[in-house]
Design a protein around this ligand. Structure first.
Ligand SMILES: Cc1ncc(COP(=O)(O)O)c(C=O)c1O
Length: 474
């Protein structure tokens, strides 16, 4: 496509983008038209043709996609730990795709390399790492794996060359840690059985005393504790493990401390909330997703460590890639600090967004989300049919509908299912212990008090319909 045809196509594309963005806060719009996979397959042409459909099909296919996708930019989208659309980040994403840089060498992505280094250095400063380095990864899951790999490298510096006996090495996480830590245990070869889940207190925080007992048990069984993963912002409750206390235990026992701050890392911007990660500078590594609370388009995630040489050793590949890496640029090539070869330019969007609003803008965002979460928590507390299911520090609000004589797990599951089918307010169904809870997350710039009131009204209406206090629409 070239010339006038290209211009017309781009006009059509921009029109669609504009309409998608402008409709994000129009009233009475659905977040998704719920259809199960079988029904959706029936109403969508998914075939891949032998002969191409021609350029008109591009816009038709985009229209079909836009009609059917979940509108994650709607304020009622409160299901995962992210939502909304950061326009500066979106612009950066478009330019990244347009320019298609790959982050392995300075030679092939000069400006993007410097931007990524600037991001890493700034985030290290915020964390409190005077020295060190990092890399952008494919997400917090990968950041946790990299943390565990660095821990392995630290305890056994030859492991990247000779391998290691995974069955003898043990890592520790809280019982409420993200499931990616299990995948990390699998990938690095210790296996799920060697990932010890340390018990939590009633607020969902890892108990330091229990950690110590688990470490001693492992040492007593002739195995080697090598990694503790603390969580700053757990997935369900948004709890923050006590990093300072865990760091003391880690250092006393020569164990690497990695902090999974994929969700909670943004608290570091706010003077009011930074205390939640007190002691983070004592950890050996940390991962932090800018595609969660900071609202950057997926994917945008950073892994940082104090120990630059360990990250470099973990990612070392000798002289195998002579066609890419050369001695004279060894200090600027980011491909020496990453497990990937071809890698997207994910830092541009973060850099553009950060320059637009500065640290102060991120701090305001965090504080606004926490204030709205306070508001939502109060709506739950004041509502005679609802109960909070956990103490709250962050922007996860876990609650449920209560009714005498009903199985509350079934009742709340059904409420959530009905909300999903209705397609307006999207929230998560989660578990705390044996209880099923509704988890709403405030991490979307369009959320305001009115949206939160409508969320509560929706839960209440569905709950009452199910217990027949009001007539059912389903
Ligand atoms: C605490 C925590 N850590 C890690 C992850 C994984 O992050 P990602 O989806 O970026 O891989 C999540 C995802 O929700 C999370 O909640």
């Amino acid at each position: 496509m070239r010339g006038t045809e290209l211009t017309q196509f781009l006009d059509g594309l921009i029109e669609r983008i504009d309409s998608y963005i402008q409709s994000s806060d129009e009233p009475d719009q659905k977040t998704v038209d719920f259809l199960n996979a079988e029904s959706r397959r029936k109403v969508t042409d998914l075939s891949l043709p032998l002969e191409g459909n021609g350029s008109q099909s591009i816009l038709d296919d985009i229209d079909s996609f836009l009609r059917q996708c979940v509108k994650t930019n709607r304020p009622e989208f409160m299901n995962p730990l992210w939502g909304g659309l950061n326009i500066a980040g979106f612009a950066g994403e478009v330019i990244s795709a347009l320019t298609n840089q790959s982050m392995y060498t300075y030679e092939l992505s000069p400006i993007a390399t410097l931007i990524e280094k600037a991001i890493i250095e700034r985030m290290m400063e915020i964390v409190g790492y005077g020295d060190g380095f990092g890399t952008l990864t494919t997400g917090g899951s990968n950041g946790n794996m990299l943390g565990m790999l660095c821990a392995r490298q630290s305890i056994n510096p030859l492991s990247s060359l000779d391998g290691f006996d995974g069955s003898k090495h043990v890592a520790f996480v809280s019982a409420e840690a993200h499931y990616s830590t299990l995948m990390s245990a699998n990938v690095i070869g210790i296996g799920h059985q060697n990932l010890v889940k340390v018990s939590c207190d009633s607020r969902g925080r890892m108990k330091p005393q229990s950690l110590l007992e688990e470490i001693n048990r492992v040492i007593g069984s002739d195995r080697i504790p090598f990694c503790i993963i603390a969580t700053s912002g757990t997935t369900v409750r948004g709890s923050f493990d006590p990093i300072r206390e865990l760091a003391t235990i880690a250092h006393d026992n020569n164990i690497w401390l990695h902090v999974d701050a994929a969700w909670g890392g943004s608290c570091l911007f706010s003077k009011r909330h930074r205390y939640l990660m007190d002691g983070i500078e004592l950890a050996d590594s940390v991962c932090w997703d800018a595609h969660k609370m900071m609202g950057l388009p997926l994917i945008c995630s950073v892994f940082l460590t104090k120990h630059k040489s360990i990250l470099r050793a973990v990612c070392a590949h000798g002289d195998a890639a002579h066609y890419l890496f050369h001695e004279d640029s060894k200090d600027v090539d980011l491909g020496r600090y990453s497990l990937q070869c071809g890698r997207r330019n994910d830092s541009l969007k973060l850099w553009i967004a950060w320059r637009e609003i500065g640290d102060a803008g991120w701090a305001r965002m965090v504080e606004k989300y926490c204030e709205l979460s306070d508001y939502l928590e109060n709506l739950v507390i004041e509502n005679e049919h609802l109960s909070m299911m956990s103490e709250r520090k962050w922007s996860n609000i876990c609650f449920r509908f209560e009714a005498d004589g009903y199985d509350l797990n079934e009742l709340n599951t059904e409420i959530r299912n009905r909300m999903m089918r209705e397609g307006i307010h999207l929230v998560s169904r989660s578990n705390i212990g044996d209880d099923i809870v509704i988890r709403a997350v405030v991490a979307n710039p369009l959320i305001d008090e009115e949206v939160l009131r409508s969320l509560i009204a929706s839960v209440e209406r569905h709950g009452k319909e199910i217990i027949n206090q009001i007539p059912s629409e389903f």
